[in-house]
Ligand binder design. Structure first.
Ligand code: ADP
Ligand code: ASP
Ligand code: MG
Length: 593
């Protein structure tokens, strides 16, 4: 018998009428011959109401008690859902996370799933019940209630679909699928019939709130196809699967994180271990850092900038303060009025000129880019919050995301059999379900690193630099631009070593045109890459890398991160020892594929 997991988000169960409508969907699926597991979120904005209550009682509520409180929202809705199904004449049983046996670690308010019991759910299904699971919650080894982080019901649903070997996982929500960007922010956004796991993972982690990014980690790891669709209509929505919508389009979607904060440590020692000291303290607070930018040093000093979600600025600054006692920066600055605009696409790496196109469209509207960070499948820029909406719009238009690609599958079939890699094998190899999974560590010794230092920090600079390099037919890999200081910016990138001289010459020309700046380069650089699942959401990954490299005495020149890959650029002669150090550091989470 086939099994379907149906998840209903907050707006889909916002009032009793909607609860009954959701109940009917589940009953209909059961009558069509499926076993049905429902995963339900708290009603409407109930979780926000609970957060607000906590804040009225305390400025700093203990995380354990927060989870005790927040988990009640879902308990209300699962009970009502079971009553609604019963009233409609079908059998249903509601269960909390603890009653199912969703075991998590003890990171309150951001807990990760360790394992899920399936026996009780299976028994209840076999007895003809619709099983209604409370989303977003679990229990730790000491029976404390935990929650998985805001939006975590998606993760409950996909994780249940994975362990129950479900045939389909349907996410019912208040939009009729995944769009090229949030349709509430940009009305011209287009619904896509299909999107690849890696793209959705990246988009979700860069701000597309439609799916909890960790749910996509599960989906990818266990081969669960997800169908995102509207609770209010029956039309098919979007399938999240292995393959993208189009095999030719370089960009599939855009995302915005409106509320980011940028922190910069100026004038710290440029030596192995420095990043480790900083990011280890931040990771200890389970904060995920993005857009880490470190300058090539002059006078033996370095600047490091990075971004965190604005609501984590305060905690991050506490951690920075601790690190500062050791690193003694000349200055620490931050800006909490910045936004991150990103584009994502699996084909990006195979199509040249994507980055310079993005910089060009932004500069054509006079938008200043404060920082850049790229990886194989995404480009992120940091802009002033007041420019963010416009930046998103022109980037979306610039890449014609509103136009359906010619090779789009156009529509999805409602249910599809899962495209499984043998999940049992994967599970066996992972100590814990949500553990980090590394599938590859690579060394590429044919890289060169180039930088333009002290260029004027004004709109159009990045476009000018990368157009000059692209016009020479040079394929650029990782790009990093740091925050302007003293009215200047630094731009670094890597390219094949065989193009080094050409790139250097192109940069010297640009610097002349700009009237300021200085070109620096290292023809003998190497790129070390760690690929896998959950590299950004697992806050300890960067720390593991920094630790391994710094204990081998290796200095990191440049770093770029995405959900599926972390790259570091080091000196070429440090490539081999770096590779060995990383292989050793990740050997416990390395899976064979
Ligand atoms: P639920 O309560 O059902 O979990 P969410 O509010 O978490 O719903 O997610 C749905 C919302 O996600 C939509 O209303 C939409 O505004 C937002 N969203 C952000 N990015 C996207 C996107 N790329 N495609 C569709 N919706 C998006
Ligand atoms: N109710 C929780 C929240 O609002 C979980 C969820 O809806 O996914 O974040
Ligand atoms: Mg949600």
């Amino acid at each position: 018998m086939s099994l379907i997991v149906q998840k209903f988000g907050g707006t889909s169960v916002a009032d009793c009428e909607k609860i009954v409508a959701a109940a009917r969907k589940a009953i209909r699926a059961q009558r069509e011959g499926h076993q049905v597991v429902m995963v339900v979120s708290a009603m409407g904005k109930n979780t926000d109401v609970l957060v607000d209550l906590a804040q009225q009682v305390s400025d700093n509520p203990p995380a354990r008690e927060m989870d005790m409180l927040l988990s009640t929202g879902e308990q209300v809705s699962v009970a009502l859902m079971a009553m609604a199904i019963d009233a409609l004449g079908s059998k249903a049983v509601s269960l909390t996370g603890a009653q199912i046996g969703i075991r998590t670690d003890s990171t309150h308010t951001k807990a990760r799933i360790r394992s899920i019991e399936t026996s009780r759910v299976k028994e209840l299904l076999d007895e003809g019940n619709i099983v209604i699971a409370a989303g977003f919650q679990g229990i730790d080894e000491n029976y404390n209630i935990t929650t998985l982080g805001r939006g975590g019901s998606d993760t409950t649903a996909v994780a249940l679909a994975a362990v129950l070997d479900a045939d389909a996982c349907e996410i019912y929500t208040d939009v009729d699928g995944v769009y090229t960007t949030d349709p509430r922010v940009l009305p011209e956004a287009r619904r896509v019939p299909q999107i690849a796991y890696d793209e959705m993972l990246e988009l979700a982690s860069l701000g597309a709130g439609v799916m909890h990014s960790r749910s996509i980690e599960f989906a990818k790891k266990f081969g669960v196809p997800i169908h995102v669709r509207s609770s209010f209509t029956d039309i098919p929505g979007t399938l999240i699967v292995q393959d993208p919508e189009s095999k030719t389009r370089p960009v599939s979607g855009a995302a915005i994180t409106k509320n980011e904060a940028r922190i910069t440590l100026e004038g710290i020692p440029d030596e192995p271990g420095v990043s480790l000291e900083l990011f280890r303290r931040i990771a200890a607070k389970a904060i995920s850092v993005d857009m880490i930018v470190q300058n090539i040093s002059s006078d033996g000093k370095a600047n490091i900038s990075f971004t965190v979600p604005k609501n984590e600025l305060k905690v991050t600054l506490d951690a920075v303060k601790q690190a500062a006692e050791l690193l003694r920066p000349e200055n620490v600055t931050y800006d909490e009025h910045v936004s991150k605009v990103s584009v994502v696409g699996l084909q990006m790496a195979n199509v040249p000129g994507v980055a310079d196109k993005m910089f060009r469209v932004l500069s054509s509207e006079g938008i200043n880019i404060q920082a850049i960070s790229t990886s194989e499948i995404k480009i992120s820029v940091l802009v002033a919050q007041s420019d963010a909406q416009k930046a998103l719009q022109i980037v979306h238009n610039g890449f014609e995301l509103d136009v359906t690609p010619e090779d789009s599958p156009l529509e999805v079939s409602a249910v599809r059999v899962r495209d499984v890699t043998d999940p049992a094998v994967v599970v066996q190899r992972l100590r814990e379900m949500e553990d980090l999974a590394i599938d590859d560590i690579q060394l590429d010794r044919s890289q060169a690193l180039l930088a333009v230092r002290r260029v004027p920090d004004r709109p159009g600079i990045a476009a000018q630099i990368f157009e000059a390099v692209a016009s020479k037919g040079i394929n650029i890999d990782v790009i990093i631009q740091n925050v302007g200081r003293d009215g200047s910016a630094n731009v670094s990138f890597t390219c094949p070593a065989s193009d080094y001289e050409k790139a250097y010459a192109a940069l010297e020309e640009v610097v002349q045109e700009m009237g300021d700046g200085e070109v620096q380069g290292n023809r003998e650089a190497a790129k070390l890459s760690v690929s896998g699942i959950g590299l950004r959401s697992h806050t300890g990954v960067g720390v593991r890398m920094f630790k391994a490299l710094s204990s081998a005495g290796i200095n990191v020149d440049l770093l770029s991160t995405s959900e599926v890959r972390v790259n570091v650029i080091v000196d070429e002669h440090e490539g081999e020892p770096g590779l060995k150090a990383l292989e050793e550091a990740f050997k416990d989470v390395l899976i064979d594929t």
